[in-house]
Design a binder for this molecule. Structure first.
Ligand SMILES: [Zn+2]
Length: 81
């Protein structure tokens, strides 16, 4: 997931302290319930989005950390070697 995808995530979800909140129905889910499916209000138009927004949020962050802490094996290409 790239930065634009995080921006798109932010159009659907709002981080509110230790809660993620659906921007449509305003229902929250606390981070300690990260392994449970998100429960939207009845009829929420956002219910077709990801069932676990915490995982969607965490994925690009952990990917960026891994990328930043893993030696770049493609350096030789950048140096023209
Ligand atoms: Zn909702």
């Amino acid at each position: 997931m790239s930065k634009p995808e995080l921006i798109k995530f932010g159009t659907r979800w709002e981080l509110d302290g230790d809660y993620l909140r659906c921007r449509i129905c305003r229902r929250p889910q606390i981070v300690s319930r990260v392994m449970e499916d998100f429960q939207h209000a009845s009829g929420c138009a956002g219910s077709g989005a990801e069932s676990n927004p915490w995982k969607t949020l965490a994925s690009p962050i952990t990917a960026q950390i891994a990328k930043a802490t893993t030696p770049d094996t493609d350096n030789s290409r950048d140096l023209g070697a």
